[in-house]
Design a protein around this ligand. Structure first.
Ligand code: PLP
Length: 236
C-alpha cells in the first residue's frame, strides 16, 4: 500500500502539472487535507509531511481530535454541514475558515455566537451548483441575494465560495458546475459588496480536482487521494 508520503507526492505532482498547463503556479492554491474518519496519528503524519491545512466535516469528531495534536495545524477548516447546536463547540476550535455556510439561518446563528464572543469569522458560502437534493448549499439562483444578506452580518466575513461536484466517475460531468461557480465568483467580485472580500474558490476533491483547477479553483479539499478509502463508520 502506498504511504501517505507517496500519495502526497503523487497528488502534488498532479496539481503542479495541471496548474502548469493552465499557466498558473502552485503558490496560488491551498491544499486542505481532509482527515475525517482518520485517527489522530494519520493527522499527525500529514502535518509532519508538511500539510498545513486540515479539514473535518463533523464538529464532534474535530472536537475530539484537534486538541490531541502535538502541533496545531496552521489552518483548521470546517467543511461539513453545520447545525446551530454545534456552533459554540466549533468556535472553540478556532477554525481558520468555515467552508460550509449553507443557509441564511445558520449564518445568523453563527453571527450571534461570534458577537457574544467578540469574534470575526472568515467563511465561505456553500453553493449547491449541481442541485442534488442530497447536498446542502444555497442554489445558484439564490446565492447572490444570500451573500448580500450575509454581508450585512458584522461578525462574518465572506471570503469566497465552495461547492461539491457530482458523485460521478467522470469528472468532466462536473466541469459545467465548477465553471458556473467561477462565473458567480467573478461576477460577485465585480460588485464590491461591502464586507465581502472574495479570495477563495473552494472546489475540487480527490476525483475531480484537476477539472476544478482548470476551472479556476484555488482551494482543494483532498481526502481519499491522500489517506486512502474511508471505512464507513470506521476509525473515528
Ligand atoms: C469528504 C469531503 C471531501 C474529501 O473527499 P475525497 O473525495 O475523499 O477527496 C471534500 N469536501 C467535503 C465537503 C467532504 O465532505
Amino acid at each position: 500500500m502506498p504511504s501517505i508520503a507517496d500519495n502526497l507526492n503523487r497528488e502534488r505532482k498532479k496539481i503542479e502539472q495541471t496548474l502548469q498547463r493552465c499557466g498558473r503556479t502552485a503558490s496560488e492554491v491551498t491544499l486542505v487535507a481532509v482527515t475525517k474518519t482518520h485517527p489522530v496519528e494519520v493527522v499527525e503524519e500529514a502535518l509532519r509531511l508538511g500539510i498545513r491545512h486540515i479539514g473535518e466535516n463533523k464538529v464532534q469528531e474535530a472536537l475530539r481530535k484537534i486538541p490531541l495534536l502535538s502541533v496545531p495545524p496552521q489552518g483548521f477548516h470546517f467543511i461539513g454541514h453545520l447545525q446551530s447546536n454545534k456552533i459554540n463547540n466549533l468556535l472553540s476550535l478556532n477554525p481558520l475558515l468555515i467552508h460550509s455556510v449553507d443557509s441564511l439561518h445558520i449564518a445568523r446563528e453563527l453571527n450571534r455566537s461570534l458577537g457574544r464572543k467578540n469574534l470575526i469569522q472568515d467563511i465561505l458560502v456553500q453553493v449547491n451548483t449541481t442541485a442534488e437534493t442530497s447536498k446542502s448549499g444555497v442554489s445558484l439562483a439564490n446565492a447572490e441575494e444570500m451573500i448580500w444578506q450575509i454581508a450585512a452580518l458584522p461578525c462574518l466575513r465572506v471570503r469566497g465560495l465552495m461547492t461539491i461536484g457530482l458523485m460521478s466517475i467522470d469528472a468532466e460531468r462536473t466541469r459545467p458546475y465548477f465553471r458556473q461557480l467561477r462565473e458567480l465568483f467573478d461576477q460577485l467580485s465585480r460588485q464590491n459588496i461591502p464586507g465581502v472580500e472574495l479570495k477563495h474558490l473552494s472546489m475540487g476533491m480527490s476525483d475531480d480536482f484537476e477539472v476544478a483547477l482548470e476551472e479556476g479553483s484555488n482551494m482543494l479539499r483532498l481526502g481519499s487521494a491522500l489517506f486512502g478509502q474511508r471505512t464507513p463508520g470506521g476509525a473515528q
